[in-house]
Design a protein around this ligand. Structure first.
Ligand SMILES: Cc1cc2nc3c(=O)[nH]c(=O)nc-3n(C[C@H](O)[C@H](O)[C@H](O)COP(=O)(O)OP(=O)(O)OC[C@H]3O[C@@H](n4cnc5c(N)ncnc54)[C@H](O)[C@@H]3O)c2cc1C
Length: 371
């Protein structure tokens, strides 16, 4: 193989762009294929990186810049989360993370990453990883789908959801995220509102085990039950399946982002997993390090998130009421939001232990392969 390997990146979404930028920093200029005419979903929305889910890192924007070489400007700091269950509400405040613009607009994460790239992206060009794997030293599949890992027999589906969302107009605090838990309209999913600005926000409903028609019905019910005072201006509806993929590399094919199962199945937005896996794929190729080993820590985080996800799947509205009250209760609030303890990790270990201890008395989900 040449000193500088030939690399193809399929997909100029966030994981593909993070990978390409990392390769470029190591003097490797990949061929990037993107089926759309530019990067990002055709509709704008606002995603986040929650500090709680990414501890012990204190500042995720600084971490992305300093450790991953990805200088991404957020829309705003997240300073308040208001949680609503059917009969309870709770508020937490603090340095809770960041909100980011997603999509094709100027300032979106996709546009910011694209503008840092030196290699040209071949837009309007749909690529086939099987064909390219015979032509390049490495093929990075960053297409945001489970097609490649399914074909390779590496995919285990975890949760199937339908995402119904819209841009809405109203009065918003740009630093506040609103969230709703209610089985009547989300089943075991959730809904959230993340502001673009004081006047405009992204409203998203995630319904488990659903389809487009059902999600539409649930969307209408959500607005009715919560008496939402907003005006819907731009809507979208799409399926979203979370899965676990192991190993994320077969031969010269590396799977990143959603294609590698680097998702955030519990109250995440999929941003950190996609960026980190793209970065690690670039590093693995540039340094000749095994990608599967490099991504072991990321997979452990996903398994932690899955423990919580399983918990969410077993809760009723009565549980949600208690949970929201608990999360906003002063002693727990102090421990969770005003320290930097990795609550998420220790909580997941506890949940896993409880699950192991109780597995003799109730059926449990299939265990994932150890990373
Ligand atoms: C409202 C909303 C909420 C979400 N919530 C979550 C969440 O909670 N947790 C989570 O994990 N994820 C979530 N996601 C998904 C999240 O955005 C993704 O995790 C993230 O974008 C993954 O990045 P990616 O690079 O893997 O894929 P993408 O950003 O989807 O990029 C893939 C790119 O590849 C291109 N492409 C596809 N096939 C080809 C081909 N054959 N040739 C060339 N180009 C191709 C596509 O056009 C696209 O640009 C959410 C998405 C939306 C819209």
């Amino acid at each position: 193989m040449n000193a500088r390997p030939r690399v193809a990146v399929i997909g100029a979404g966030i994981s593909g762009l993070a990978c390409a930028l990392t390769l470029e920093r190591h003097g490797i200029f990949p061929d990037i294929f993107e089926q759309r005419h530019r990067s990002g979903e055709t509709f704008p929305h606002v995603g986040g990186i929650l500090q709680l889910l990414n501890r012990p890192v204190k500042d995720q924007v600084a971490y992305l810049h300093q450790k991953l070489g990805l200088p991404i400007r957020p829309l705003a700091r997240l300073q308040k989360v208001v949680m609503h269950a059917p009969n309870a509400s709770g508020t937490v405040t603090g340095n809770l993370g960041y909100l980011f613009l997603r999509g094709q607009d100027e300032g979106s994460v996709e546009s910011q990453l694209s503008s840092l790239l030196q290699s040209p992206v071949r837009y309007n060009c749909r690529a086939d990883w099987r064909e390219l794997s015979g032509k390049y030293d490495f093929v990075v599949v960053a297409d945001g789908t489970d097609q490649a890992p399914r074909t390779l027999g590496l995919w285990q589906e975890i949760i199937s959801t339908w995402v119904r969302g819209a841009a809405v107009l109203g009065d918003f605090d740009p630093h506040t995220l609103l969230m709703w838990l209610n089985t009547s309209y989300c089943r075991h999913g959730y809904a959230y509102l993340t502001p673009f600005s004081r006047r405009r926000a992204s409203l998203v409903l995630i319904v488990t085990d659903s389809n487009a028609d059902e999600a539409e019905e649930m969307w209408r019910l959500f607005w009715k039950v919560e008496k939402l005072p907003y005006q819907e201006v731009e809507s979208f509806s799409l399926p979203h399946t979370s899965g676990y993929c192991y190993p994320p590399q077969v031969g010269n094919v590396l799977l990143v982002g959603n294609a590698g199962g680097f998702m955030e199945p519990f109250l995440g937005f999929g941003l950190m997993g996609a960026l980190k896996s793209g970065f690690l794929a670039g590093l693995a190729i540039a340094q000749g390090t095994p990608y599967t080993a490099l991504t072991a820590g990321l997979r452990r985080q996903i398994l932690q998130a899955l423990s919580y996800r399983r918990l969410l799947n077993s809760l009723s509205d009565a549980h949600f009421n208690v949970l929201v009250k608990l999360l906003a209760a002063p002693p727990l609030k102090q421990l969770i939001y005003h320290t930097n303890i990795d609550i998420f990790k220790y909580g997941a270990l506890t949940l896993d232990l409880i699950e192991r201890l109780t597995q003799k008395i109730r059926p449990r989900n299939r265990r994932m392969p150890v990373p």
